[in-house]
Design a protein around this ligand. Structure first.
Ligand code: ZN
Length: 282
């Protein structure tokens, strides 16, 4: 059956790029409503569906927009937590254009949803079953594939020149238990030179060692180092789970990706839905 949350709840934090404090109000929503963001700081209070077709920018995060250009940025970490908690219907009121970054992981959102609880609804859940291999490859050869499978599984590989990251791989089924223990706590990561550049062009005003792992050559600048051994690739798994949930359904299929990001995730979903013989919704 479909699910919404058991009761209304709220969470606050600062936006990574704007540095502004943002409040999220999560409200129950009826069957077949989907995941919808509502910008309460704009007089018309526009609602934007968290769907791949609404994704307008994938450069530093997944950003959705309506036809008038009203946006909500950085939805992917909350989307990952919603996906794993099997929440189908939710209204998310947000009073800013950017989601709170929290600690850079999906854990604060997962914890909030676990504490709030999930309510079963009266309509059956529908799933998106991958029926054929679907590929998106960029001009650098980085590739993401969707394959038919019996469960939702991810195989993700990253490779960084820094030895502290190097080559990391996550491969397997994404169960609620594995997500909570090994994936949700994994933070966004970046290199110090990227931080310096983004700050210089007025971005990541809210960025700090409180909400990202920052690498400087062979060093981690965060006290305490990594939270889990493969924190970097596991964070990419969070992003992939969150982005795949913009399909509007839980996916039954295997995602195989190497050195890809939000752009590739969105493009492979667009390729999937471009041909009805690629999938089945049931
Ligand atoms: Zn992320």
């Amino acid at each position: 059956m479909q699910h919404t949350i058991a009761k209304e709840t709220e969470i606050k934090g600062i936006g990574l790029h704007s540095g502004c404090e943002t409040t999220l109000r999560l409200k129950q929503a009826p069957e077949n409503f989907g995941i919808v963001f509502k910008r309460t700081d704009i007089p018309s209070q526009p609602e934007i569906k968290a769907l791949y077709s609404q994704v307008a920018d994938t450069r530093n995060c997944t950003c959705i927009a309506d036809a008038k250009g009203n946006v909500v940025a950085t939805i992917e970490h909350l989307m990952a937590a919603l996906s794993v908690m099997e929440i189908d219907n939710l209204l998310i009121e947000i009073n800013n254009q950017e989601m709170p970054i929290m600690d850079g992981s999906a854990y604060p959102f997962l914890k909030l949803l676990q504490q709030t609880g999930v309510k079963e609804q009266k309509a059956p859940r529908r799933v998106l079953k991958i029926k054929k291999q679907v590929t998106f490859k960029d001009d650098k050869g980085n590739q993401i594939d969707l394959y038919p499978a019996d469960d939702f599984a991810i195989d993700f590989t990253i490779e960084f020149p820094s030895k502290i990251v190097g080559r990391q791989n996550f491969s397997g089924k994404v169960t609620a238990d594995i997500f909570a223990k090994e994936i949700a706590p994994c933070r966004t990561f970046c290199e110090k030179y990227q931080v310096d550049y983004l700050k210089s062009i007025g971005l990541i005003k809210g960025g700090s060692l409180e909400n990202a792992v920052v690498l400087d050559g062979e060093q981690i600048l965060n006290e305490g180092g990594f939270r889990v051994a493969n924190e970097c690739v596991n964070h990419k798994v969070i992003d992939t789970i969150g982005d795949m949930y913009t399909s509007g359904y839980p996916i039954i299929g295997r995602v195989v990706a190497s050195k890809t990001g939000h752009y590739h995730n969105n493009m492979v979903l667009r390729a999937l839905f471009a041909d009805a013989s690629n999938y089945e919704i049931r």
